[in-house]
Design a protein around this ligand. Sequence first.
Ligand code: SF4
Ligand code: SF4
Length: 139
Amino acid sequence: MYGSGLLKGLSITIKHFFEKKITQQYPEERPALPKRFRGSFELIPSKCIVCSLCSNACPNNIISIQSKKDENNKKKLTGYQMMMGSCLYCGFCVEVCPTGALYITQKYENAVFFRQNLNVSLFKDEPEQMLQAVRSEAE
Ligand code: SF4
Ligand code: SF4
């Protein structure tokens, strides 16, 4: 019948018009994220034993770790960077961490203006030069 396509389209429009609105007014309204949503990575440096299991498990090889030996000949973490632009969010790195030093949070606002800023340091005391060196290496 002529015009049946139009009526079909209109019926869908009318149906959605009376349904509950699903548009969220971001950023005023925040989405309810699923429990297992993977947003950003965080590190507890005091828990890290510099075993490098996380960097070895990473399929894209995006984790760089720096350390030095202390007076007791034990490795001490001095730097920890991730090139987030190449992260698959597979979670292997977190899964293998034996101490729970590395974990995933639900922080999802990770947009940056420059690509090199996706290379982030998870070690807050890390000297800025170290992060810059890793960023320029990755360019
Ligand atoms: S989530 Fe996967 S790709 Fe990303 S850093 Fe961890 S192991 Fe590497
Ligand atoms: S696996 Fe965990 S403890 Fe080992 S280097 Fe990575 S973050 Fe540190």
